[in-house]
Design a protein around this ligand. Structure first.
Ligand code: HEM
Ligand code: CU
Length: 635
């Protein structure tokens, strides 16, 4: 499209600008008309875990629609051989699968899970908030500014296009000059920093703020999975940060870590996957935790094999660091390395299998009630097992020479990431929605959502296994009639649109629930763990007085009358929730600083760099807690 004053701009970018501006105006008018600005400002200042968790989930869903549109464009382009849908050929196609993959992983799956941790973990362990509420707000705003930086790229017609893995040498300045990859680097760098802070926050909260008597050996499994995941984040994300930093140096300052005589593109692959493989466990362990809690609640049964569940979580986490080279079987590391990594990879199937059997045994002994969260759990088990089986197939190093970079791999990782993480996040949202908003989502619409989504999912991704085995490579924008891939791709596209339709039921459900349903009670599911002992939505200081825990699933046993949930002396002061615009301000500065780097505007880098520094100094000199302490001292 040729625009006056601006010049040539692709028509999809113009369409995005038009829709975003119109949408923005409508949103602005709606918020003004409904007089919701005080609520918006309240959320901008908040440091409260429930509100921050809600915002994580809200923006994750926004990004889910954004990356889902990418997926639908990809699937439309691939629906027929030799197709020419809109602009999505050649380099545009590269942009679309890159933004789809990157956004889904970093700005959908991660914030969905971190949001649920924020909402549920403090409540499950009897804490009044996370250990560092201010830091928590900083984490959230860093995540959002990373997401904004990454998404800006598309609006300025410079979307990253080297895949979510950004392999060198393609991602170096030699082969990708221009700002595209810089957006990738700074989007991930800024949001990754927030993720690391969250991990620290979760670990300290779980270690320090559990209610009296809630020993680690009695802790609900979602909190356990959060603890293990946080350690994985703490080890894996700094590796990503360093890899991105080295790539920054290669692109801006003439170093050659990933090219040249001394460097090697394989170093990038090692660094990326030393982060990247643990990352997929970071995405799936919390989902395991959610399913464990959901299955035991809706089976009215203590989770089967609690100890083995915890050991399996820890083992998967540990083994997750020893398998990264299974992404590099075809690079030429040699038969010995390939065999070792093949074996460690296959070992992971053992603790995973233990968990699957434990879930099945939990249901076997129990009285199963099929509510929406439980439906998602029931859909998850067979789906995830299929992803696990293809995973073991891919782990056979010799066979991987055939599977590598084919649609078989695309099918495999969607079975694990959608079948595990996304189904888990949906289950968690339906399950804990009362704790976030004080309402229970509508059951009928929830069922529609589940059935359309799961049918659409298998229609989309099951045929991709066969497309891959029949020779369809991933990351290609077309194929011919002679390739014999039409039917697989056509079914796959229909499935993708079915999933898209299922998401409309989520929107309908949100609308219907908030318009028509009554306030939920504290314990709508007949729950087992402490979060169900407090009101819905969770109040600001839910655990005053502090409960005294004597068993696992103590709330359940207090209901059936076996062990009363007494009160305890609060062993330590609760974290003080402060209200502050500082975190959101910092996020704004980080966006400006990142843009200065993306376009290599040195003077702006200096100016915003100094601004960040001044911000740190100001922050070090303020202490909002002083006022609170003074108030307490007066009392
Ligand atoms: C919900 C519906 C989804 C559909 C229909 C879908 C579809 C697709 C398609 C068609 C591709 C491109 C394959 C290629 O050309 O190589 C792709 C790639 C990818 N998807 Fe999805 N996807 C979905 C959800 C997700 C989710 C939830 C995640 C992660 C949590 C995810 C992660 C990825 C990744 C990492 C890639 C690889 C990108 C790359 O090659 O760099 N997808 N997806
Ligand atoms: Cu892996």
């Amino acid at each position: 499209m040729n625009l006056p004053l601006i010049g040539q701009v692709p028509s999809d970018v113009v369409a995005a600008w038009v829709f975003s501006i119109l949408g923005g105006i409508l949103l602005f008018l709606w918020v003004t008309k409904k007089q919701k600005w005080p609520i918006v400002f309240g959320y901008m200042r908040t440091t409260h875990h429930r509100k921050i968790g809600t915002m994580y989930i809200l923006f994750a869903i926004v990004f889910f629609f954004r990356a889902g549109m990418d997926a639908l464009f990809i699937r439309t382009q691939l629906s027929m051989p030799n197709n020419d849908f809109w602009v999505f050929q050649g380099d545009k196609y590269n942009e679309v699968f890159t933004t789809h993959g990157t956004i889904m992983i970093f700005f959908v799956a991660m914030p969905l899970l971190i949001g649920l941790m924020n909402v549920a973990v403090p409540l499950q362990i009897g804490a009044n908030d996370l250990a560092f509420p201010y830091l928590n707000a900083v984490s959230f705003w860093l995540f959002l500014s990373g997401g904004i930086i990454f998404n800006m790229s598309f609006f300025f017609n410079a979307a990253p296009n080297a895949g979510w893995t950004a392999y060198a040498p393609l991602a170096t300045d030699t082969y990708s000059p221009g700002p595209n990859i810089n957006y990738y680097i700074f989007g991930l760098q800024v949001s990754g920093l927030g993720t690391i802070f969250t991990a620290i926050n979760m670990i300290v909260t779980i270690v320090r703020l559990k209610a009296p008597g809630l020993k680690l050996t009695r802790m609900p499994l979602f909190s356990w999975s959060t603890l293990v995941t946080s350690f994985l984040i703490l080890i894996a994300f700094p590796v990503l940060a360093i890899a991105l930093l080295l790539l920054t140096f290669d692109r801006f300052y003439g170093t050659s870590f990933f090219g040249g005589e001394m460097g090697s593109p394989v170093y990038w692959q090692h660094l990326f996957w030393i982060f990247g493989h643990p990352e997929v466990y970071i995405l799936v362990l919390p989902a395991f935790g959610i399913f464990s809690d959901v299955i035991s609640t809706f089976s009215r049964q203590r989770v089967y094999g609690y100890t083995s569940m915890v050991i399996a979580l820890a083992l998967i986490g540990l083994l997750g660091f020893m398998v990264w080279a299974h992404h590099m079987f075809t690079v030429g590391l040699g038969p010995l390395a390939n065999s070792v990594f093949a074996l460690t990879t296959m070992l992971i199937a053992i603790p995973t299998g233990i968990k699957v059997f434990n879930w099945l045994f939990t249901m076997r002994g129990g009285v199963v009630r099929i509510k929406t969260p439980m439906l998602f759990a029931l859909g998850f088990i067979p789906t995830f097992v299929m992803g696990g089986v293809t995973g073991v197939m891919l782990a056979v190093a010799a066979a991987d020479y055939q599977y590598h970079d084919s649609y078989f791999v695309v099918a495999h990782f969607h079975y694990t990431m959608v079948g595990g993480t996304i189904l888990g996040a949906f289950a968690g949202i339906y399950y804990w929605y009362p704790k976030m908003t004080g309402k229970v989502l509508d059951e009928t619409l929830g069922r529609w959502h589940f059935w359309l989504f799961i049918i659409g999912f298998h229609l989309t991704f099951l045929p991709q296994h066969f497309a891959g085995l029949n020779g369809m490579p991933r990351r290609v924008y077309t194929y011919t009639w002679e390739d014999g891939l039409f039917v697989f791709n056509f079914i796959s596209t229909i499935g993708a649109f079915l999933m898209g339709v299922s998401m409309l039921f989520v929107i309908w459900n949100l609308y219907k629930t908030h318009r028509f349903s009554k306030k939920a009670e504290g314990d709508p599911w007949d729950g087992r763990t402490l979060e169900w002992s407090v009101d819905s939505p969770a109040p600001e200081h839910p655990f005053t007085p502090m409960p005294q825990v004597t068993t696992m699933d103590s709330f359940w046993y207090s209901k059936v009358g076996k062990a009363k949930l007494g009160n305890a002396e609060d062993p330590r002061p609760s974290p003080i929730a402060v209200e502050s615009y500082q975190p959101v301000t910092l996020a704004g500065i980080m966006i400006a600083l990142s843009v200065a780097f993306v376009y290599n505007w040195i003077w702006l880098q200096v100016i915003f760099g100094i601004t960040v520094f001044i911000f740190f100094i100001l922050r070090s000199l303020t202490d909002e807690r002083k006022a609170v302490y003074r108030g307490e001292a007066k009392k």
